[in-house]
Design a protein around this ligand. Sequence first.
Ligand code: HEM
Length: 326
Amino acid sequence: MLVTLDTSPTIVASTLDAAMEILKTHDRVLSRRHIFVCFRIKEMNKNSVVWDDCTDNWKLLRRIARTEIFGPRMLQIQEPVRETKVGELVEFLRGRERKVVKLRLKRKCVDRVDRVNQLWESTVRERRLSRSISKGESKDMLDVLLDNGFSDIQINVLFLDTFGPGSETSSSTIEWAMTELIKNPAKLAKLKEELNQVIGPTSPVKEARLPNLPYLQACIKQTMRLHPAAPFLLPHRAIEACQLMGYTIPKNYKIIVNAYAIGRDPKIWTPDPSSFRPERFLETNLDYNGNHFEFNTFGSGRRICIGISLANRAIPLIETSLSSLK
Ligand code: HEM
């Protein structure tokens, strides 16, 4: 479908076949980003994984992200930090039983880029200094960036690239999962039973146990299908003209993949595509690693989300901990 959004002609793909054509067959030609006006800051875009074209620098950033920042070794090192933070969240919530809790305090932070950068300016400065004195093993994302010789502006952009797309998407997925489970008490009871059997009623949740929780994984996948955190993925743009399903897509046209519509398509998700039925995912081996275009929460192809491995650990950990609250 062709629509005009603001002043840009935009192709919207709302079927499985069209999504495959865009994200697989014509992946390279349609991999440029359409950059929203508010994000058009030249110095930042050319250092950004999210907004830059697929240049050699972008490939390097993605490689560092995949192998080092979100690679298995770093995720393992950071595991105790995530477990401690989620434990603190659970304790915080326990202390506020029957009180209204504002969980979205951080939202205002993204108002102004420079104000956000100031949040970590002193940390970056101190870490640079301490690493020049004693060079230790890389323990977090900042160490990895400093090891790779990143400048302050590159670090700022990479931090924004990950905190922006990483936090809002994860928190909205968790909120929707809790909402669906509260609306469907039988599913919540089934999940609690699994948690009781595998983790026990009181033990703190450990990430190592998460692969033994198939019903939890199915609940999260079902939430992502119904409520994708990026319902239109991120907008792509045509580097050059190409033929798509018999139509000519002119150069520079904006391309949107409607993951929301595909996730509720009655031709794919029968019966009752809008219902929260985690069992669907127990019956199939559909995953969100970019191989199944009917379930496209994280995108696919060269622009696929770089944070899948982190989301894959953090979301189930938080979800398990919240679901086990009385
Ligand atoms: C539920 C959690 C998440 C969802 C649903 C999600 C979804 C997405 C989607 C749909 C895209 C665009 C794919 C495309 O354009 O084809 C994307 C890109 C991206 N995501 Fe995520 N994401 C999540 C978590 C994260 C996390 C935890 C991080 C990092 C900490 C992250 C960092 C990024 C970055 C940097 C990109 C841009 C990749 C590129 O353009 O090359 N995301 N994500």
